[in-house]
Design a protein around this ligand. Structure first.
Ligand SMILES: Nc1ncnc2c1ncn2[C@@H]1O[C@H](COP(=O)(O)OP(=O)(O)OP(=O)(O)O)[C@@H](O)[C@H]1O
Ligand SMILES: [Mg+2]
Length: 368
């Protein structure tokens, strides 16, 4: 009985509605924040259901989610959902401290001056990261998120239609950060990197890159706290489009070719499809990584950030053949595909396929 009380768990269904796939995960969180994945299902998002980050067709999305819950025999009574990253604003601001005013008052009142949007249409939240002194002025360093109310409402509607107790709507940046707010053991892969020359950066600043279908999300965490987040509006499905156009084949066929060859270089005996895939995949990834490099530079130069010592990659697109090694060659720090790591405090029920874990980081992260 004592043990039971001590280890008591909260169970919930966590939902991540991506442009391509909806992930539904039944998670139990133990008191010590250990996670137990009871069950999960990954299904294709019905076509044209999300636009600009909002759920356009709530009914169809609900139907798909309910089917997964039923088919996988999920029994949890609570639910959380995660929004698409598109159109969410996340920024770091330095705000002057004002004598005689509360921190909350100063920060909230400064928002209309900082945020480049009509603030009445947004739900704004902030987190105070630190207070710094710049010359003679104390400043709050705050992490601000602003979500369009209209978009938020579409997710609330889904949550309310589930016949479960709605607990929260969260944004991907937060769920990723919550997931990575734990000891991540990289031992399994460190032997590999110990044999390769790389920068030895002594910092607790990590990058987590989410390679989705329509979006690529760049997160930087310093001492496990999120300090930077940017959603790049381009993702793995763009590669399918390029291959499909070039070869006049269906998107499904193009996707299959992308998955098969990835960034692997062809040789003189390779098929034409391999040569084309290689060209299209590499051009796309090089462009995408140029944008990611800009985020690294921006973070260091403009956000008072520190050098990144490790990169974790998540999302379906992170499985692209050769992507981790390409990133390693560009950034020169160890790159860890999360699906390959053994994560302390994250257990899966026996018989569940661990390989899919890289799809589930966000949905599992919101459970915390
Ligand atoms: N082995 C693989 N190699 C390359 N790409 C892959 C592989 N497996 C899956 N993908 C790609 O991963 C993408 C789907 O990933 P994911 O489910 O994380 O996207 P999503 O969350 O729906 O999208 P978004 O985050 O942009 O809303 C698809 O574009 C798919 O082609
Ligand atoms: Mg996603």
């Amino acid at each position: 009985m004592f043990l039971d009380l001590f280890m008591r768990k909260t169970s919930m269904v966590c939902i991540d509605v991506g442009y391509r796939n909806i992930k539904v995960v039944e998670v139990s969180v133990k008191k010590n924040n250990n996670i137990f994945i009871e069950n999960y299902g990954i299904v294709a998002t019905p076509e044209d259901c999300i636009k600009n980050g909002a759920i356009y067709d709530v009914e169809r999305v609900l139907r798909v989610i309910k089917t997964v819950i039923k088919e996988e025999g999920m029994k949890a009574k609570n639910a959380k959902i995660i929004m698409s990253g598109t159109n969410i604003i996340t920024r770091i601001y330095m705000i002057d401290k004002a004598e005689g005013e509360s921190e909350d008052f100063t920060i909230k009142n400064s928002m209309p001056n900082f945020l480049p949007v009509d603030i009445d249409n947004y739900r704004v939240d902030y987190k105070l990261l630190t207070t710094v002194r710049d010359k003679n002025q104390e400043k709050y360093k705050v992490f601000v998120t602003a979500v369009p109310r209209k978009i938020l409402e579409s997710y609330i509607e889904v949550l309310q239609g589930l016949d479960l107790k709605p607990l929260a709507v969260d944004i991907p940046a937060n769920s990723t950060a919550k997931f990575f707010n734990r000891d991540i053991y990289t031992k399994d892969m460190d032997e590999y990197y110990s044999k390769r020359k790389h920068k030895n950066v002594q910092s607790d600043t990590y990058a987590v890159l989410d390679f989705g279908s329509e979006t690529t999300i760049v997160n930087f965490l310093k001492d496990r706290v999120l300090e930077f987040n940017k959603v790049i509006l381009s993702g793995s499905s763009n590669i399918d489009n390029h291959i499909s156009n070039e070869m006049s084949i269906t998107l499904q066929e193009a996707e299959r070719i992308k998955k098969m060859y990835g960034m692997n270089p062809p040789n003189s005996l390779s098929k034409r499809e391999h040569v084309i895939a290689y060209g299209k995949v590499n051009t796309f990834i090089e462009r995408l990584v140029t944008q990611i490099v800009k985020c690294f530079e921006f973070y260091i130069e403009r956000c008072y950030g520190s050098q990144i010592s490790k990169i974790f990659i998540i999302g379906g697109g992170s499985q692209l053949n050769g992507l981790d090694q390409y990133l390693f060659s560009i950034f020169n720090v160890p790159v860890y595909p999360v699906g390959l790591l053994s994560l302390k405090g994250v257990e899966l029920r026996k018989n569940l396929d661990r390989e899919k874990l890289n799809y589930l980081i966000n949905s599992v992260g919101i459970s915390l």
